[in-house]
Design a protein around this ligand. Structure first.
Ligand code: 5RP
Length: 226
């Protein structure tokens, strides 16, 4: 029997997932108003946001969370500024790897979680966009980490099971890794990471950071608040 509260999606074709990403991204683009400062996340869902936002021809000041997003945003005509003089955003829009029923997120599948977290907390409204496969019954590892290169072996020993991701360092020089130890309450894992010197940032975003999650299910969009 199907549990009506079960928000997980057992299986979706790759085409259906892409369509949901586009639907969620377009819904978020519709929330943006002329004159806004906008933080742009990173990832394949955000890739659908950028043309949708550009198509609205609004007067916007944008900041990107990665070189990838910066290049893609400029390519569609969005004005992207460095994150030095802008000190807050009206809205930040970004994807997620996992969204729990309580509103915890896992981010960092694209290794941009450090910048993404700074841009998310700098926004009056942090809008998450996702296809329905991202909703999960509970947060599970891997949890992305960014680590200082200095003292790396010691940091790894203190964190427990962590795998180094075979990707380049972050634009800020951090080592990208994933915590693969036991699952636990996200707040406990977040505390472990935040109290371990050598951890620059982790991919757990608390519900208090999220204004709304726009999750596409087929052609419709569910608005989740936590
Ligand atoms: C990048 C991220 C992305 O937002 C997250 O990985 C979701 O990506 P996608 O939209 O490609 O599924 O956190 O660091």
């Amino acid at each position: 029997m199907t549990d009506p509260d079960d928000r997980t999606t057992p299986s979706l074709s790759p085409e259906a997932i892409e369509l949901e990403k586009k639907v969620a991204a377009e819904a978020a683009a519709g929330l943006v108003e002329s004159g806004m400062t906008v933080g742009l996340g990173t990832g394949s869902t955000v890739a659908y946001l950028l043309p949708a936002l550009a198509a609205r021809n609004l007067s916007l000041r944008c900041v990107a969370t990665s070189p990838r997003t910066e290049d893609a945003a400029r390519a569609v005509g969005l004005v992207v500024e460095p994150f030095d003089t802008i000190d807050r955003f009206d809205m930040t829009i970004d994807g997620a790897d996992q969204i729990s029923p309580e509103g915890w997120l896992v981010k960092g599948g694209g290794a941009a979680h450090t910048r993404e977290k700074i841009v998310a907390v700098s926004a009056d409204r942090f809008v998450v966009i996702a296809d329905s496969t991202k909703t999960v019954p509970s947060i599970v590892p891997p949890i992305p980490l960014e680590l200082l290169a200095y003292g790396l072996a010691s940091t790894l020993r203190r964190l427990g099971p962590v795998t180094l991701r075979p990707v380049p360092a972050s634009p800020d020089g951090g080592i990208i890794a994933d915590y693969v130890g036991p699952a636990g309450p996200p707040e406990d894992l977040a505390r472990l990471f935040e109290t371990t010197p050598g951890v620059v940032a982790h991919g757990l975003f608390p519900p208090s950071m999220v204004s709304i999650a726009l999750v596409a299910r087929g052609a419709s969009v569910e608005s989740l608040t936590f």
